[in-house]
Design a protein around this ligand. Structure first.
Ligand SMILES: NC(=O)c1ccc[n+]([C@@H]2O[C@H](COP(=O)([O-])OP(=O)(O)OC[C@H]3O[C@@H](n4cnc5c(N)ncnc54)[C@H](O)[C@@H]3O)[C@@H](O)[C@H]2O)c1
Ligand SMILES: *[C@@H]1O[C@H](CO)[C@@H](O)[C@H](O)[C@H]1NC(C)=O
Length: 449
């Protein structure tokens, strides 16, 4: 016994050592016997206290809406989870719709979620927080959303059970589907991630929407989703217009985005789902994606590292139609506002449903070299330019949007030029990754593919 000899006087030790109750009966034996039992039981008491503590914690998390960790709840059947979802879905004054935003912890998703919430719409997010790029950045965006009262369901979109629970709980009028495996070069390393998140997940979502709700007064949700300018693939006719060919993709990413457009058409045709596809053109801005060139260039310039500038086979420079996030947000919101209701119920179409495709670009392609010069100006630092031939991983030489269709139908009017937009991005980048600040480590060791 640990306490033997050190703390207790010898006659007590003797008593305590007497294993048998009868031997210990003389001189206040009962008292010492009980103390001794208590000492023997201390481990059990500790375990008991610990278990009680856990039980109270579990009760709080399960029933009282206390998250285990900011935003992390016990499965999707707990009352706390339901409460969080319902609160997030509730419309405020001025709100017209209840929107499920997939990919809400992502770059575009976090911005649009905040815009919708701020005008009163009910917003519920969904994201699997995968580690394609540093998860800490997704968590930081999610924390902003949480402050605004938006809850993000942490689940993979391929999880049918979660979707069905969510759709039972909330009547979504609209879906803004932005979750995807983005990026072109990562497909060399992990091609199936694109099939999983861009094809499988989209079909799982469409299947859920198709059977949802069903009474004519309660139509299926209308769906607005992110396609990509990459579907124009090897097109050489500029600017890219929605009716141009999109059947010669140059990357697996583009192929899966094209697959989305074709799949969406099928569900529109058979089941009457209202569909709007948005072909984004290189979106950039604060809280952006660290795998994209503008972000990694800024980082490398700040850190004094060289940047790789790709060149075509005849020395041509790459050009991109860079679109500022605020313009894209307006395009997404206008798409939701102008989406007509779906026309199906209980998996059957009653009449033809809306089917739209829009380019959301900026209509002003900029050569990558010029773009680096603008970055240098805002960062007040020269880049170490390393010009190399473009690897054959699927990046296209240029993109240029014709946005006439979106102008007419959505009132879409991009107003931020690259100089202004990059100025805003750099300001954010510097304040967010302030030297010595708590976010400084967020990208440590991260190298985009
Ligand atoms: N940013 C651009 O320049 C650009 C250009 C063209 C198209 N797009 C498309 O716009 C959409 C949004 O892009 P972004 O730049 O915000 O990308 P992002 O990677 O920042 O956001 C996507 C989010 O979806 C989540 N996600 C991925 N797979 C999921 C799954 N299976 N289940 C649940 N969540 C999942 C990710 O965790 C991420 O937070 C994507 O569909 C993308 O392909 C973006
Ligand atoms: C742009 O798109 C509109 C509408 O889709 C089309 O009528 C017009 O011809 C296109 N413009 C160019 C320059 O391709």
């Amino acid at each position: 016994m640990a306490c033997k000899g050190s703390l207790l006087p010898p006659h007590l030790v003797k008593l305590l050592d007497a294993d048998d109750y009868h031997k210990a009966r003389s001189t206040s034996g009962h008292y010492y016997y009980i103390s001794r039992m208590a000492m023997r039981q201390t481990n059990w008491i500790k375990i008991f206290c610990f278990l009680s503590f856990l039980a109270i914690l579990a009760w709080g998390c399960f029933f009282q809406g206390v998250p285990l960790y900011p935003g992390l709840y016990f499965g999707c059947s707990s009352p706390a989870w339901k409460k969080a979802v319902l609160q997030s879905a509730a419309r405020q004054e001025g709100g017209q719709m209840t929107v499920l935003v997939t990919g809400a912890a992502g770059f575009v998703g976090s911005h649009v979620s905040l815009a919708l919430k701020s005008r009163g719409d009910g917003v519920v997010g969904l994201d699997n927080f995968n580690d394609y790029y540093p998860v800490a950045l997704k968590r930081a965006r999610a924390a902003n959303l949480q402050k605004a009262g938006i809850f993000i369901v942490e689940a993979d979109l391929n999880d049918k059970a979660v979707l069905s629970k969510l759709f039972d709980l909330v009547h979504f009028t609209h879906i803004l589907h932005l979750a995807a495996q983005a990026g072109v070069r990562y497909a060399v390393k992990n091609p199936l991630a694109y099939v999983h998140s861009n094809v499988g997940a989209f079909v799982t979502l469409l299947e859920q929407c198709k059977v949802s709700y069903g009474k004519s007064s309660n139509p299926q949700p209308a769906i607005v989703y992110a396609s990509s300018s990459s579907v124009y693939g090897l097109n050489s006719k500029v600017p890219f217009s929605e009716d141009d060919r999109t059947d010669h993709p140059a990357s697996l990413y583009a192929a899966t985005k094209k697959a989305d457009e074709v799949l969406a058409h099928t569900y529109n045709h058979i089941y009457g789902l209202s569909i709007t596809a948005l072909r984004f053109f290189t979106v950039y801005g604060p809280w952006g994606r660290p795998d994209m060139a503008y972000f990694s260039f800024a980082r490398n310039i700040v850190e004094g590292q060289p940047i790789k500038i790709f060149q075509g086979p005849h020395g041509e420079e790459l050009a991109r139609d860079f679109t500022f996030i605020d313009d894209v947000v307006k395009g997404c919101v206008a798409s939701l506002d102008t989406a007509l209701p779906s026309t199906g119920s209980s998996g059957k179409k009653r009449k033809k449903a809306q089917f739209r495709i829009f380019n959301l670009g900026n209509t002003q392609p900029v050569k990558v070299g010029d773009f680096v010069s603008i970055l240098e100006k805002h960062l007040k630092k020269k880049a170490k330019r390393n010009v190399i031939p473009m690897p054959a991983t699927g990046d296209v030489m240029f993109t240029h949007a014709n946005v006439t269709k979106a102008r007419v139908a959505l009132g879409y009017n991009p107003t931020t030029d690259l100089d202004t937009g990059l100025g805003i991005f750099v300001k954010w980048y510097k304040s967010f990754y302030q030297h010595g600040g708590s976010n400084e480590d967020m990208l440590k060791g991260y190298k985009p593919y």
